[in-house]
Design a protein around this ligand. Structure first.
Ligand SMILES: O=C(O)C1=C[C@@H](OP(=O)(O)O)[C@@H](O)[C@H](O)C1
Ligand SMILES: C=C(OP(=O)(O)O)C(=O)O
Length: 445
């Protein structure tokens, strides 16, 4: 769990050129899914490259509470002995998902169609986030949720004893909602159909097929139609988790704005449902070469060679948001160092992440001397090629806000501090060490 210990202030100072190789840990989204599907398969799933960030460790603990056996053989190397679809045991303890929206929402989906009851909670950030977006569709399967006002954690979910399959159109672009419905559909007889108006990350679909579920995706005028046949016997798999493009974004963006930098970031996913940041950076004039394109762990990947670049402001279209939803905080930092205005539209989902990310970035950027404008669904950053810095930014238990402002400090004129860097542990535990080996001037305190 994060957010329960003492706050850890951290400071970034203007850094020399960043140089070297940045080996990024495993993808967080894929790591959660590998543990959950491993727990729902019959037999041993072997996972390599698992992200051992706190979010994923909390999901591992939850899978044990539901009866799966998990063994860690070495760093990132895990076995999950699953109990089969419908085989979850009733947990004897409250499931604490820490800081992780993905963890809690996917786990709720995975248990909602079993005749068991579980109570979920999380840290102060997760307890503010809306759960109705998953418990509404889970109710259609026959599950019942009892939570705090506004559908907040702590919340008890009573799984459906006689689940029925569901036809559901996801009302907000959300891979978590889509995935929760698909995972619930696993233990409902017949076909569960999810309609997605805007495509979101497709790791669940890829992995469900990999584990042997029957799943089809069809393009239709109303969006994509995903059809899952319920009650399969999932076959255990060997999952090689690819590196996380959302974590890679931090060294990549740091190298773009710290003068004289050149780094190599191997094996970054080029999955089109995750690569919106990279498309945007190229439009801004970023010098990024995609070398050695290949497939790893079922995902298209490339080695990224990134050199410091003169960047210009751009308009990021709303339809790109799902493919870069977690990357807007770091993009807004890069935009502050670009020449001209960057307009990010269609970003209101950022308001319900670990923090209200539009507000957190807007306040911190202003404190660092950057002019911004915002409304409910838009963030505008007026870039002037350089940033004064010299502020302490509040991170609100949000790892991406913490890392974004530390990257800003590496290129700003005066040092930039964050009030609490401890949430970085949730998704990118080696961030500080890795950035230092590249040449970043980062200190604790
Ligand atoms: O499915 C996932 O693994 C995720 C989906 C996204 O959330 P939403 O589904 O809320 O957009 C993203 O922000 C999160 O970091 C991971
Ligand atoms: C939004 C994020 O994660 P989650 O929703 O899983 O807490 C994120 O990692 O940026």
């Amino acid at each position: 769990m994060s957010g329960h210990g003492a706050a850890q202030p951290m400071t970034a100072r203007r850094s020399g050129p960043l140089r070297g190789r940045a080996e990024i840990p495993g993808d967080k989204s894929i790591s959660h899914r590998a543990l959950i599907l491993g727990a729902m398969a019959v037999g041993e799933t072997r996972i390599t490259g698992l992200l051992e960030g706190q979010d994923v460790l909390d999901t591992a603990k939850a899978m044990r509470a539901f009866g799966a056996e998990l063994i860690q053989h070495g760093p990132g190397d895990w076995s999950v002995h699953g109990v089969g679809v419908g085989g979850f045991a009733e947990p004897a303890e409250v499931i604490d998902c820490g800081n992780s929206g993905t963890g809690v929402r996917l786990i709720m989906g995975s248990m909602a169609t079993s005749p068991i009851t579980a109570t979920f909670t999380g840290d102060a950030s997760l307890r503010k986030r809306p759960m109705g977006r998953v418990t509404d569709p889970l109710a259609l399967f026959g599950a019942r949720a009892y939570g705090r006002k506004g559908g907040r954690l702590p919340m008890t979910l009573v799984g459906a004893a006689e689940p029925v399959p569901v036809h559901y159109t996801v009302p907000v672009p959300s891979a978590q909602v889509k995935s929760a419905v698909l995972l619930a559909g696993l233990n409902a007889p017949g076909q569960t159909v999810v309609v997605e108006r805007e495509a979101t990350r497709d790791h669940s679909e890829r992995m469900l097929r990999g584990f042997g579920a029957e799943l089809t995706v069809e393009a239709a005028p109303e969006g994509q139609i995903i059809t899952l046949t319920g009650q399969p016997e999932l076959r255990p798999q060997t999952v090689a988790v690819p590196r996380d493009p959302s974590s890679a974004a931090f060294p990549v963006c740091a190298a773009l704005i710290v003068e004289g930098s050149e780094i190599l970031v191997p094996g970054v996913s080029r999955n089109p449902t995750r690569d919106g940041l990279y498309v945007t950076l190229l439009e801004m004039g970023a010098d990024i070469a995609f070398e050695n394109e290949r497939e790893e762990g079922g995902e298209p990947v490339a080695d990224l060679r990134v050199r410091a670049s003169e960047l210009k402001g751009v308009e990021v279209p709303p339809e790109r948001a799902p493919s870069m939803i977690d990357e807007y905080p770091i993009l807004s930092v890069v935009a502050a160092f670009a020449d001209g205005t960057t307009i990010m539209r269609g970003v209101k989902e950022l308001r319900v992440k670990e923090s209200d990310r539009i507000d957190a970035m807007a306040r911190g950027l202003e404190a660092c001397g950057v002019r911004i404008e915002e409304d409910e669904d838009t963030l505008v950053v007026h870039g002037r090629g350089s940033v004064p810095g010299g502020a302490t930014c509040a991170t609100h238990l949000d790892h991406r806000i913490a890392m974004s402002f530390l990257v800003l400090g590496m290129a700003a004129e005066a040092p930039v501090a964050v009030d609490d860097g401890s949430p970085i542990e949730t998704s990118f535990p080696i961030f500080m060490g890795l950035m230092r080996t590249l040449g970043a001037d980062l200190s604790d305190g």
